[in-house]
Design a protein. Structure first.
Length: 244
Protein backbone atom coordinates (compact mmCIF):
# COMPACT_ATOMS: atom_id res chain seq x y z
CA UNK A 1 0.00 0.00 0.00
CA UNK A 2 1.40 3.36 -1.05
CA UNK A 3 1.86 5.66 1.96
CA UNK A 4 1.57 9.15 0.46
CA UNK A 5 2.33 10.94 3.74
CA UNK A 6 5.51 8.93 4.31
CA UNK A 7 6.72 9.39 0.73
CA UNK A 8 5.91 13.11 0.77
CA UNK A 9 7.95 13.59 3.93
CA UNK A 10 10.85 11.56 2.54
CA UNK A 11 10.82 13.57 -0.70
CA UNK A 12 10.77 16.88 1.16
CA UNK A 13 13.78 15.74 3.21
CA UNK A 14 15.53 14.62 0.01
CA UNK A 15 15.01 18.03 -1.63
CA UNK A 16 16.44 19.76 1.44
CA UNK A 17 19.47 17.49 1.34
CA UNK A 18 19.97 18.10 -2.38
CA UNK A 19 20.08 21.86 -1.85
CA UNK A 20 22.29 21.52 1.19
CA UNK A 21 24.83 19.62 -0.93
CA UNK A 22 24.31 21.19 -4.35
CA UNK A 23 23.32 24.79 -3.87
CA UNK A 24 22.96 25.93 -0.30
CA UNK A 25 20.77 29.02 -0.32
CA UNK A 26 19.82 28.59 -3.98
CA UNK A 27 16.27 28.84 -5.31
CA UNK A 28 14.20 26.13 -6.96
CA UNK A 29 13.21 27.30 -10.45
CA UNK A 30 10.32 25.44 -12.05
CA UNK A 31 8.26 25.69 -15.20
CA UNK A 32 4.59 25.99 -14.28
CA UNK A 33 2.02 24.58 -16.69
CA UNK A 34 -0.90 24.19 -14.29
CA UNK A 35 -0.81 20.41 -14.57
CA UNK A 36 -0.38 17.95 -11.74
CA UNK A 37 3.35 17.39 -12.20
CA UNK A 38 4.51 20.99 -12.03
CA UNK A 39 1.96 21.63 -9.28
CA UNK A 40 3.14 18.77 -7.07
CA UNK A 41 6.83 19.43 -7.72
CA UNK A 42 6.39 23.11 -6.86
CA UNK A 43 4.46 22.28 -3.69
CA UNK A 44 7.14 19.80 -2.61
CA UNK A 45 9.84 22.45 -3.10
CA UNK A 46 7.80 25.06 -1.26
CA UNK A 47 7.44 22.77 1.75
CA UNK A 48 11.11 21.79 1.62
CA UNK A 49 12.64 25.23 1.11
CA UNK A 50 9.92 27.74 1.91
CA UNK A 51 7.76 29.55 -0.64
CA UNK A 52 10.26 32.42 -0.79
CA UNK A 53 12.84 30.12 -2.42
CA UNK A 54 10.60 28.74 -5.17
CA UNK A 55 10.31 30.62 -8.47
CA UNK A 56 7.68 29.64 -10.99
CA UNK A 57 8.05 30.42 -14.68
CA UNK A 58 4.93 30.41 -16.85
CA UNK A 59 5.81 30.02 -20.53
CA UNK A 60 2.80 30.22 -22.84
CA UNK A 61 3.30 29.95 -26.57
CA UNK A 62 1.14 32.83 -27.68
CA UNK A 63 -2.23 32.34 -25.97
CA UNK A 64 -2.55 29.46 -23.49
CA UNK A 65 -6.20 28.59 -22.92
CA UNK A 66 -5.63 27.11 -19.45
CA UNK A 67 -3.01 29.51 -18.09
CA UNK A 68 -5.47 30.36 -15.32
CA UNK A 69 -4.59 26.95 -13.82
CA UNK A 70 -0.93 27.94 -13.66
CA UNK A 71 -1.86 31.16 -11.90
CA UNK A 72 -4.08 29.21 -9.53
CA UNK A 73 -1.04 27.15 -8.53
CA UNK A 74 1.42 30.00 -7.98
CA UNK A 75 -1.18 32.01 -6.06
CA UNK A 76 -2.12 28.98 -3.95
CA UNK A 77 1.53 28.42 -2.99
CA UNK A 78 2.35 32.10 -2.72
CA UNK A 79 5.52 31.78 -4.82
CA UNK A 80 7.27 34.40 -6.90
CA UNK A 81 6.52 33.91 -10.58
CA UNK A 82 7.21 35.31 -14.02
CA UNK A 83 5.34 34.94 -17.30
CA UNK A 84 7.64 34.71 -20.32
CA UNK A 85 5.95 34.14 -23.67
CA UNK A 86 8.05 31.86 -25.88
CA UNK A 87 6.14 32.31 -29.14
CA UNK A 88 8.57 34.79 -30.71
CA UNK A 89 11.56 32.61 -29.81
CA UNK A 90 9.98 29.50 -31.35
CA UNK A 91 8.85 31.35 -34.46
CA UNK A 92 12.27 32.96 -34.77
CA UNK A 93 14.03 29.60 -34.84
CA UNK A 94 11.58 28.06 -37.31
CA UNK A 95 11.69 31.10 -39.60
CA UNK A 96 15.50 31.02 -39.60
CA UNK A 97 15.64 27.59 -41.24
CA UNK A 98 16.71 27.76 -44.89
CA UNK A 99 14.12 26.86 -47.52
CA UNK A 100 15.99 23.72 -48.56
CA UNK A 101 15.87 22.28 -45.03
CA UNK A 102 12.40 20.98 -44.28
CA UNK A 103 11.61 20.90 -40.57
CA UNK A 104 9.93 17.64 -39.61
CA UNK A 105 6.62 17.68 -37.76
CA UNK A 106 8.22 15.92 -34.78
CA UNK A 107 10.91 18.61 -34.66
CA UNK A 108 8.20 21.27 -34.59
CA UNK A 109 6.49 19.41 -31.74
CA UNK A 110 9.65 19.10 -29.65
CA UNK A 111 11.11 22.57 -30.25
CA UNK A 112 8.82 24.42 -27.77
CA UNK A 113 9.73 22.29 -24.71
CA UNK A 114 13.42 22.62 -25.58
CA UNK A 115 13.14 26.39 -25.84
CA UNK A 116 11.19 26.46 -22.57
CA UNK A 117 14.01 24.58 -20.87
CA UNK A 118 16.53 27.08 -22.25
CA UNK A 119 14.38 29.85 -20.75
CA UNK A 120 14.25 28.04 -17.39
CA UNK A 121 18.03 27.77 -17.29
CA UNK A 122 18.40 31.45 -18.19
CA UNK A 123 16.08 32.38 -15.32
CA UNK A 124 17.82 29.93 -12.99
CA UNK A 125 21.29 31.22 -13.77
CA UNK A 126 20.09 34.80 -13.32
CA UNK A 127 18.40 34.14 -9.97
CA UNK A 128 20.81 31.73 -8.26
CA UNK A 129 18.64 28.72 -8.97
CA UNK A 130 18.48 25.00 -9.57
CA UNK A 131 16.03 23.79 -12.22
CA UNK A 132 13.35 21.34 -11.10
CA UNK A 133 12.64 18.39 -13.37
CA UNK A 134 8.92 17.59 -13.25
CA UNK A 135 8.83 14.19 -14.98
CA UNK A 136 7.24 11.18 -13.29
CA UNK A 137 7.99 7.45 -13.54
CA UNK A 138 4.98 6.67 -15.73
CA UNK A 139 5.92 9.19 -18.41
CA UNK A 140 9.59 8.27 -18.26
CA UNK A 141 8.74 4.57 -18.54
CA UNK A 142 7.28 5.02 -22.01
CA UNK A 143 9.44 7.93 -23.13
CA UNK A 144 6.67 10.50 -22.88
CA UNK A 145 8.97 13.49 -22.56
CA UNK A 146 11.22 15.59 -24.77
CA UNK A 147 14.92 14.95 -24.42
CA UNK A 148 16.68 18.16 -23.37
CA UNK A 149 13.22 19.68 -23.00
CA UNK A 150 10.94 18.80 -20.11
CA UNK A 151 13.15 15.75 -19.44
CA UNK A 152 16.01 18.02 -18.36
CA UNK A 153 16.68 19.60 -14.97
CA UNK A 154 19.09 19.65 -12.04
CA UNK A 155 17.10 17.41 -9.71
CA UNK A 156 14.03 15.22 -10.11
CA UNK A 157 11.78 14.73 -7.08
CA UNK A 158 9.15 12.58 -8.82
CA UNK A 159 11.13 10.44 -11.27
CA UNK A 160 10.40 7.32 -9.22
CA UNK A 161 6.72 8.02 -8.57
CA UNK A 162 3.91 6.91 -10.91
CA UNK A 163 1.13 9.25 -11.97
CA UNK A 164 -1.19 7.62 -9.43
CA UNK A 165 1.37 8.17 -6.67
CA UNK A 166 2.07 11.77 -7.72
CA UNK A 167 -1.65 12.53 -7.43
CA UNK A 168 -1.76 10.98 -3.96
CA UNK A 169 1.18 13.12 -2.84
CA UNK A 170 -0.53 16.18 -4.32
CA UNK A 171 -3.59 15.56 -2.17
CA UNK A 172 -1.44 15.17 0.94
CA UNK A 173 0.16 18.51 0.09
CA UNK A 174 -3.28 20.11 0.08
CA UNK A 175 -3.32 21.15 -3.57
CA UNK A 176 -6.65 22.12 -5.12
CA UNK A 177 -8.34 19.03 -6.57
CA UNK A 178 -8.70 20.65 -10.00
CA UNK A 179 -4.90 20.85 -10.25
CA UNK A 180 -4.36 17.28 -9.07
CA UNK A 181 -7.00 15.84 -11.41
CA UNK A 182 -6.55 18.16 -14.39
CA UNK A 183 -6.76 16.08 -17.58
CA UNK A 184 -3.21 16.21 -18.92
CA UNK A 185 -2.82 17.77 -22.37
CA UNK A 186 0.62 17.30 -23.88
CA UNK A 187 0.97 21.02 -24.67
CA UNK A 188 2.53 20.02 -27.98
CA UNK A 189 -0.19 18.83 -30.36
CA UNK A 190 -3.29 19.43 -28.24
CA UNK A 191 -4.22 15.82 -27.46
CA UNK A 192 -4.54 14.30 -24.02
CA UNK A 193 -1.64 12.19 -22.83
CA UNK A 194 -3.76 9.04 -22.88
CA UNK A 195 -4.97 9.69 -26.44
CA UNK A 196 -1.36 9.92 -27.55
CA UNK A 197 -0.20 6.89 -25.57
CA UNK A 198 -2.94 4.42 -26.43
CA UNK A 199 -3.52 3.34 -22.81
CA UNK A 200 -4.48 4.96 -19.54
CA UNK A 201 -2.10 5.97 -16.80
CA UNK A 202 -4.09 3.76 -14.43
CA UNK A 203 -3.32 0.74 -16.62
CA UNK A 204 0.32 1.75 -17.01
CA UNK A 205 0.84 2.37 -13.29
CA UNK A 206 -0.54 -1.02 -12.31
CA UNK A 207 1.66 -2.67 -14.92
CA UNK A 208 4.77 -0.83 -13.71
CA UNK A 209 4.20 -1.75 -10.07
CA UNK A 210 2.76 -5.27 -10.42
CA UNK A 211 3.51 -6.48 -13.94
CA UNK A 212 -0.21 -7.12 -14.44
CA UNK A 213 -2.24 -5.98 -17.45
CA UNK A 214 -5.26 -7.65 -19.03
CA UNK A 215 -4.93 -6.33 -22.57
CA UNK A 216 -2.15 -8.14 -24.45
CA UNK A 217 -2.01 -5.50 -27.17
CA UNK A 218 -1.52 -2.73 -24.61
CA UNK A 219 1.17 -4.78 -22.87
CA UNK A 220 3.02 -5.11 -26.15
CA UNK A 221 2.67 -1.38 -26.81
CA UNK A 222 3.95 -0.42 -23.35
CA UNK A 223 6.88 -2.83 -23.60
CA UNK A 224 7.81 -1.52 -27.04
CA UNK A 225 7.67 2.12 -25.98
CA UNK A 226 9.72 1.33 -22.87
CA UNK A 227 12.43 -0.45 -24.84
CA UNK A 228 12.58 2.21 -27.55
CA UNK A 229 12.98 5.04 -25.07
CA UNK A 230 15.39 3.61 -22.50
CA UNK A 231 18.15 5.75 -24.00
CA UNK A 232 16.41 8.86 -22.71
CA UNK A 233 17.00 7.72 -19.13
CA UNK A 234 20.70 7.04 -19.54
CA UNK A 235 23.68 9.35 -19.47
CA UNK A 236 25.15 10.26 -22.83
CA UNK A 237 27.46 7.43 -23.97
CA UNK A 238 31.07 8.54 -24.00
CA UNK A 239 34.14 6.97 -25.54
CA UNK A 240 36.76 5.76 -23.06
CA UNK A 241 40.22 5.37 -24.59
CA UNK A 242 42.30 2.40 -23.53
CA UNK A 243 45.24 4.73 -22.87
CA UNK A 244 45.52 8.42 -22.17
Amino acid sequence: MFDAVKIKNECVAWIREFFENNGKGCNAVIGISGGKDSSVAAALCAEALGADRVIGVLMPQGTQHDIDMAYMLVNHLGIKHYEINVKDAIDGVLNAFPEDLEVSEQSKVNLPPRIRMAVLYAVSQSLNGRVVNTCNLSEDWVGYSTRYGDAAGDFSPMANLTVTEVKAVGRVLGLPEELVEKVPIDGLCGKTDEENLGFTYAELDVYIRTGKIDDAAKKELIDRKHKMNLFKLQLMPSFKPSEV
